[in-house]
Design a protein around this ligand. Sequence first.
Ligand code: CA2
Length: 145
Amino acid sequence: MGKPIYVLSGPNLNLLGTREPEIYGHQTLEDVRVLCEARARSLGHEVVFRQSNHEGVLVDWIQEAREAACALVINPAAYGHTSIALLDALKMLSIPVVECHLSNPAAREAFRRETYVSLAATGLVSGFGANSYELAVEAAAGLVR
Ligand code: CA2
């Protein structure tokens, strides 16, 4: 088994499944982890699945992924719309980066239509609820040489 796919989630996603199910679905982040692990394993990969509410912690994990991961999937949550620090960290990666969102931010409020993270992402999966993560893992695996 090679290096794992890192799957990182940003602020408030630890509460997934507890509110706004019409936007984000009923599944918890633990459910999402199980889906990602299963999809990755079926494709011959392991995942490292982590969530943080703290921007600097996410930056640390992105930096760690430079050496430790074969690809990175990230749902930056609200930091995607605000964080140049995440963008700068992602730009230092030479592995595939797949941005993922549960909802489709492009179809929501104007402030969600731009994400800094997209500037460093190989591609974006959004709007499919928990399946966005699975699809993002599949896309990431497909990009790994
Ligand atoms: O659709 C997504 O995955 C988002 O990244 C979710 C973020 C939002 O700021 C982005 O614009 C789009 C919000 C995450 C809020 O976390 C939740 C916590 C509990 C229940 C539902 C979501």
